[in-house]
Design a protein around this ligand. Structure first.
Ligand SMILES: Cc1cc2nc3c(=O)[nH]c(=O)nc-3n(C[C@H](O)[C@H](O)[C@H](O)COP(=O)(O)OP(=O)(O)OC[C@H]3O[C@@H](n4cnc5c(N)ncnc54)[C@H](O)[C@@H]3O)c2cc1C
Ligand SMILES: *[C@@H]1O[C@H](CO)[C@@H](O)[C@H](O)[C@H]1NC(C)=O
Length: 385
């Protein structure tokens, strides 16, 4: 099959790119490995997930949220929004297609993409002038190598497979990772009466969602150092009332929260109630990393030993682009993230693009989609067809 633009991935970035291309009447096809669009939101997100960001940062091109939508949308409302988006713009991805291999064919000057049809098990070949990578920053769950992990008799899950604390009631559970997923999963486990411990290795800012919203709104107009000062004043005022969280093992980076995000990609943690549970002694904090595992017993880098029944790895994701995109070097580095800095990160060579890799969530994906479609339109308008 041949088309003008091939998009790999039907998450928010791929869907938005397709909609923007359709607005310019540019033919395009989306290939998606799952049997549904936005699989991260429909299949891989835990039950109690609320969007961490305010609704104005979680919308796609041509369809802003209405005034009656709450500022912080629960997952279901966002999924409903995506459903309406797909229906309204009549987007029809080709489902059950896992892209396995893509190369740029120099003689034809086109992209050649091989996808496995997971229903028939056949390999299908697609050709296109333009290729848009929209497989997401969260391609594969990342589980670090730990000595002795194979001897652990209990359940080991990655946060992307975690659904609810219901299955862990009464068990001793270790959550590895103090980012947004780890802190929220700890909260959820504790609510379901699991004996929960969270292992925190790197310092992180822990803010309220209102403080993050304040910061993100100010960032539109002010430099990041100034925004960080304002947000930290608000956070410090809160800590004067409720106590300093670093006493609880939640250490802060030296840089401000938005500078940290900008320079290291590590988002501030938005507290959903976990801090209160830590303060009340309902959730145990362990600082450092896992040294080794021997059966049920974990030995931590600080020398402490403790037994667990289950481990949840909230240790983030890695981009899986380089596994299937053989000529990734036209747009990506080896880690599957863009070579070029923002704002032109989305544009590669040989008509290769990426959308959704700016570490700016849904708003970033939406912006990329607009930029990519505009660029493709310009190229098509200036070359003879
Ligand atoms: C737990 C969690 C909470 C988050 N909360 C927020 C939030 O509140 N606000 C926010 O803005 N962002 C949030 N994010 C970030 C979020 O991932 C993105 O904003 C958004 O989903 C990115 O969209 P995307 O289309 O780039 O990637 P994805 O949503 O990951 O979509 C990629 C799609 O590509 C498909 N795919 C992958 N590989 C292949 C292949 N080889 N062949 C075919 N198809 C493939 C996948 O099945 C998937 O459907 C969160 C992320 C996680 C993990
Ligand atoms: C995709 O596969 C699932 C099961 O594997 C099947 O139920 C569904 O009908 C398939 N969808 C398409 C569009 O082929």
């Amino acid at each position: 099959m041949e088309t003008v633009v091939l998009i790999v991935g039907a998450g928010p970035a791929g869907l938005a790119t397709s909609v923007c291309l359709n607005q310019h009447s540019i033919p395009n096809v989306i290939l998606e490995r799952e049997d549904i669009y936005a699989s991260l939101w429909k299949k891989r997100a835990y039950d109690r997930l609320k969007l961490h960001l305010a609704k104005d940062f979680c919308q796609l091109p041509f369809m802003p949220h209405g005034p009656d939508v709450p500022t912080f949308m629960p997952k279901n409302l966002f999924v409903d929004y995506l459903d309406s988006y797909v229906t309204r713009f009549d987007i029809n991805p080709r489902y059950n297609r896992t892209v396995k291999f893509s190369t740029f064919d120099v003689s034809k000057n086109k992209w050649r993409v091989e996808a496995e049809n997971t229903v028939t098990r056949e390999t299908e070949v697609y050709w296109s002038e333009f290729l848009v990578v929209a497989t997401g920053e969260n391609g594969d769950g990342n589980i670090p190598a730990v000595r002795g992990i194979e001897t652990f008799p209990g359940e080991i899950v990655h946060s992307s497979q975690y659904k609810s604390g219901r299955d862990f009631r009464g068990k001793n559970v270790l959550v590895v990772g103090g980012g947004n997923s780890g802190m929220e999963i700890s909260f959820d486990l504790c609510n379901f009466e699991a004996n929960t411990a969270v292992l925190i290795r790197t310092p992180r800012h822990v803010l309220t969602k209102e403080e993050v919203y304040l910061g993100m709104s100010l960032l539109k107009y002010f430099p990041v150092t100034m925004v960080d000062k304002v947000v930290m004043v608000a956070a410090m005022a809160r800590m004067l009332v409720y106590g300093d969280v670093s006493k609880l093992g939640l250490f802060r980076p030296k840089q401000g929260p938005f500078a940290t995000k900008l320079f290291t990609g590590k988002s501030p943690v938005i507290d959903v109630g976990t801090v209160q549970k830590i303060r009340d002694g309902e959730i145990q904090v362990i600082n450092g990393g896992i040294g080794s595992i021997s059966g049920k017993t974990l030995t931590f880098e600080n020398g402490m030993k403790q037994d667990f029944d289950a481990i949840v790895f909230a240790t983030g994701y890695k981009s899986s682009v380089c596994n299937w995109l053989k000529n990734y070097e036209y747009v990506m580095k080896e880690d599957g993230f863009p070579k070029k800095p923002t704002p032109k990160h989305w544009k590669g060579e040989k008509n290769l693009y990426c959308a959704g890799f700016s570490r700016k969530g849904i708003a970033g994906a939406a912006q990329d989609a607009v930029s990519v479609a505009d660029d493709i339109r310009t190229i098509l308008a200036t070359t003879k067809h």
